[in-house]
Design a protein around this ligand. Structure first.
Ligand code: AMP
Length: 288
């Protein structure tokens, strides 16, 4: 296993990234909040295919959590995460303290327009402003050639793709498919919150999405029926819907039906007990 550098301050991280670029190497960035699982590690491995060197940032970003959300109890395991990054082939981990990222007097934020407004943006005010701000700061500090994100957080991926383009940051944003547990549950750091009973109930999200994809494959095209397929699974598992939406895969605008040759996405957010989970799939199943 190659040695891995742990960078703790923005200054150290910027200097390290600059050395990589000066050496003529391509740098890939994988931004995370830690508590790493196979979903995150799939991004590291793809980073190694697209660049010479991969840096993983691990930062539980306070500005993307609402006042009633789980910032304080979000799972943290830096030692375990560093070992996983080394094993996957990352060259460095950047794990700053919040005070280093947002020092006293900090007052600059990045807001992406319409893409941030529906879905999770409507339910978590300020969330995407926090995400867009921290990701822009990472891009500016490290100047990666490529940055990898998961489709698991589909709206986030679209928001970051837009900001990289709009601000001409010169970074290629790559989205990667959702990595799932063998039974279909989308991997998530928040799955650690689930006890055995809730873990079983959490399966209703992916099952509902898969049911809807199967219906679509049989010719059901209207949003109401596809959304109902998801809701039926949530209801049966006594899981509380936050939203179920069929949207255009690029603009995230709501759709009334799936049109041939037009990529759509079905997204769900729901509360399994106190734990809010999200998942999404392409419609049709293979995307277009
Ligand atoms: P997080 O640590 O949850 O903020 O996620 C960091 C990155 O990993 C984001 O780009 C996520 O979309 C991605 N990610 C999280 N879970 C998965 C998953 N199950 N499959 C693929 N990517 C994921």
């Amino acid at each position: 296993m190659a040695t891995l550098t742990v960078l703790k301050t923005p200054r150290e991280a910027a200097a390290w990234a600059k050395r990589v670029r000066r050496a003529g190497q391509r740098l890939a960035l994988v931004p995370t909040m830690g508590a790493l699982h196979e979903g995150h590690l799939s991004l590291v491995r793809e980073g190694l295919r697209r660049a010479d060197v991969v840096l993983v940032s691990i930062f539980v970003n306070p500005t993307q959590f609402g006042p009633t959300e789980d910032l304080a109890r979000y799972p943290r395991d830096l030692e375990g995460d560093v070992a996983k990054c080394a094993e996957a082939g990352a060259a460095a981990v950047y794990a700053p303290e919040p005070g280093m990222v947002y020092p006293p007097g900090y007052q600059t934020y990045v807001e992406v327009g319409e893409l941030s407004q529906g879905l999770c943006g409507a339910r978590r005010p300020g969330h995407f402003r926090g995400v867009a701000t921290v990701v822009t700061k990472l891009f500016a500090l490290l100047r990666p050639h490529v940055a990898l994100f998961g489709e698991k957080d589909y709206q986030q991926l679209q928001v970051i793709t837009a900001l990289a383009q709009d601000l001409e940051l010169g970074v290629e944003v790559v989205g990667m498919p959702t990595v799932r547990e063998p039974d279909g549950l989308a991997m998530s750091s928040r799955n650690r919150y689930l006890g055995a009973e809730d873990r079983r109930r959490a399966l209703s999200l992916s099952q509902g999405l898969f049911d809807a994809q199967a219906q679509e494959a049989r010719g059901v095209r209207d949003a109401e029926s596809l959304r109902k397929a998801v809701r039926d699974r949530l209801d049966a598992a006594n899981v509380k819907e936050d939203y179920v939406e069929l949207v255009d895969a690029r603009t995230l605008k709501p759709l009334e039906r799936v049109e041939t040759g037009h990529a759509a996405r079905l997204l769900v957010a729901a509360f399994v007990g106190a734990t809010r989970l999200i998942d999404n799939v392409p419609v049709p199943r293979e995307g277009t």
